[in-house]
Design a binder for this molecule. Structure first.
Ligand code: C5P
Length: 253
């Protein structure tokens, strides 16, 4: 059996060469990390849940015309995605104050913001993904002005979509992070949503009770992470009957 080529191993996912040029297989691991990997655990079933949840959100975005790298889910832990060049920025959209923003600005967690606020962090683990301004981004050439206009528009469209989907299942979209990929179509380049959209990269609070249904459950030791993610999946109706997030993958070559 031919061994497939590993392209990159990240904290929560591994990327393998895809079956055709320009494609990649994204494998969702069970590893959970927080605080720039200072806190680590293996949480059985997390990869399966994030694979299904990210498929759901990316498919929805593709359907409403927000381009993403997602092509199709292959099995319980893997999806086929379009290869792209990752823009070295983490794009964060916030609707309510929480996490680092609440801390940095001394705003009480849960305070509704006057409008969605978009922040950019440099993707650099060694530096702890520092917050950067558009001045830094332009001066150091991490993205062009046209890219930044497109990134802002994509981020706000993802926010509208995700906030609506979450509201429909009784969940408040507090904030989230996306990554952006660059793809080339002939002479043209365009930007698409890459990586994943899952409770690992969003803050999701139950509207009624305030229960956290995202990675803060792990960061802050608030109980079972798989219970929280399963709750989101169940409300969306995407856990097939009888399916268990503990299922092992069927590897493809
Ligand atoms: O930690 P902070 O409050 O800045 O995070 C804002 C949002 O971005 C949260 O939903 C968090 O889960 C997400 N995030 C992420 N990956 C990072 C940093 C933040 O998914 N490296």
């Amino acid at each position: 059996m031919a061994r497939r080529k590993k392209i990159y191993e990240g904290k929560a996912k591994t990327l393998y060469e895809g079956p055709e040029p320009g494609t990649i297989i994204q494998y969702f691991k069970d590893d959970a990390t927080a605080f720039n990997a200072e806190k680590k655990a293996v949480i059985e079933g997390k990869g399966v849940l994030n694979n299904m949840l990210s498929e759901y959100f990316m498919t929805g975005l593709n359907t409403i015309g927000v381009p993403t790298h997602f092509i199709k889910r292959i099995n319980m832990r893997e999806q086929l995605v379009r290869a792209c060049e990752i823009v070295p920025l983490e794009v964060i959209v916030r609707n309510y104050a929480a996490g680092t923003m609440a801390k940095r600005l001394g705003i009480e967690e849960g305070t509704q913001l006057p409008r969605p606020i978009v922040e950019y962090c440099l993707k650099d683990d060694a530096l702890g993904d520092p917050l950067v301004t558009e001045e830094h981004i332009a001066a150091f050439g991490w993205a062009s002005q046209q890219d930044m206009d497109d990134i802002l528009s994509l981020a706000l469209r993802v926010n509208d979509f995700m906030a609506g989907v979450m509201f429909g299942i009784g969940i408040k979209l507090v904030d989230f992070k996306i990554e952006i990929g660059r793809v080339y179509d002939g002479d043209f380049q365009r930007l698409i949503i890459a990586d994943e959209i899952s409770p690992d990269s969003c803050r999701l609070w139950d509207i009624e009770t305030g229960r956290k249904l995202d990675k803060d459950v792990f960061r802050r030791d608030l109980g079972s992470l798989t219970d929280a993610y399963s709750e989101v999946a169940n409300r969306l109706g995407i856990m097939p009957k009888g399916a268990t997030p503990m299922a092992r993958p069927t590897l493809i070559n």
